[in-house]
Write a protein that binds this ligand. Structure first.
Ligand SMILES: O=C/C=C/C=C(\O)C(=O)O
Ligand SMILES: [Fe+2]
Length: 325
């Protein structure tokens, strides 16, 4: 008998990243990626892309090292929120309720088994355009900005984990995420898994941390939907001295047409240059990449990812080099 799918998590609401260079990070997201600044409070700057409907989708908070602040999920209803809180509490990874923050109401905070801080909420504030920002395209929250190559919306978060499977199972059991694609070791443990609770192929990916660290961030991703924009933004990035780590290219896993760049604070940002594929089947069979299929898993076309891609995450940790015997 099929286990009833859980549709209590609607989507990824926002991500907080830590930056030791907040103003340079804000400049990058604002002037190169065309994002808007929604609010400043304490050590944090709140931002959104022009087709993000909520008050913000990105929080950049001052910290002495780069890394993941927290990930916020929006429930599909107040009732769904209550159900998920009960499930999360039962796992022992619950922290408790916060009154919320600017832009959203009460949020239940928890961590993954690896220690990634997360929260789940229902009440959100919607972005309201100024008269100048208002657009006659009624399905769009505001005019497309004239700055840089504007990203359209937040897409996903990719986190590193010391024990991949434990974190994957937590997201499946406590939050109802479904594993859409996974890369497997020969012993069938997860190298990495891509999960979603909606029609996107993934809103969260969990990748094994090559440095065996806990709770690190691999990347955040914003979505363009147009391949050409990866070429356009590459021009800006190179001309302004930013380091493109990899791409443009296409992953086999998730079919993402990708570009990876390191933002000034040190966090990796992925830019998703096409529409990707959608999943509507409530009984989707997880795509499993292993053995000879691995040839196409990471790179469908484009140059290979550098070794750094598999080791660099934030906070930055040095790879333990085995002492020369
Ligand atoms: O092994 C690397 C694959 C990374 C995939 C993504 O970043 C993605 O699917 O968004
Ligand atoms: Fe990604």
């Amino acid at each position: 008998m099929m286990k009833e799918p859980i549709f209590d998590v609607a989507h990824l609401a926002h991500i907080e990243i830590y930056s030791p260079k907040v103003e340079e990070s804000v400049w990058f997201f604002k002037e190169i990626l065309g994002m808007e600044e929604s609010h400043r409070q304490g050590d944090s700057v709140y931002m959104r892309a022009y087709e993000d409907f909520y008050h913000h989708t990105l929080i950049i908070t001052k910290n002495d090292e780069a890394g993941l602040g927290h990930v916020a999920w929006r429930a599909t209803s107040p009732q769904a929120l209550e159900r998920r809180v009960r499930e999360i509490e039962a796992t022992g990874y619950g922290i408790g309720w916060s009154e919320g923050d600017v832009g959203h109401g009460p949020a239940y905070q928890f961590t993954t088994p690896d220690g990634h801080k997360m929260e789940i909420l229902w009440e959100v504030d919607y972005f309201k355009p100024t008269e100048e920002q208002a657009t006659p395209l009624l399905s769009r929250p505001q005019k497309r900005p004239r700055r840089g190559v504007p990203v359209r919306r937040l897409d996903h978060v990719n986190v590193l984990a010391k024990e991949t499977n434990k974190n994957v199972e937590f997201l499946e059991n406590a939050l109802g995420f479904k594993v859409r694609e996974r890369i497997l070791n020969d012993d069938n443990t997860d190298v990495a898994a891509w999960l979603s609770s909606n029609s996107l192929v993934h809103e969260v990916a969990i990748m094994g941390d090559a440095l065996a660290e806990k709770g690190r961030l691999h990347h955040i991703c914003y979505w363009y939907g147009y391949p050409q924009h990866l070429m356009d933004v590459s021009e800006l990035l190179v001309e302004h001295g930013y380091k493109i780590e990899a791409g443009p290219g296409k992953h086999g896993v998730s079919q993402a047409y990708f570009l990876y760049v390191i933002e000034p604070g040190g966090n990796r940002v992925e830019l998703f240059g096409d529409t990707g594929y959608q999943i509507f089947d409530p009984d989707w069979k997880t795509v499993e990449w292993k053995g000879k299929d691995l040839e196409h898993a990471i790179i469908w076309y484009g140059s290979n990812l550098p070794q750094e891609f598999f080791e660099y995450g934030t906070p930055v940790k040095k790879k333990e080099v085995a002492p020369i015997k």
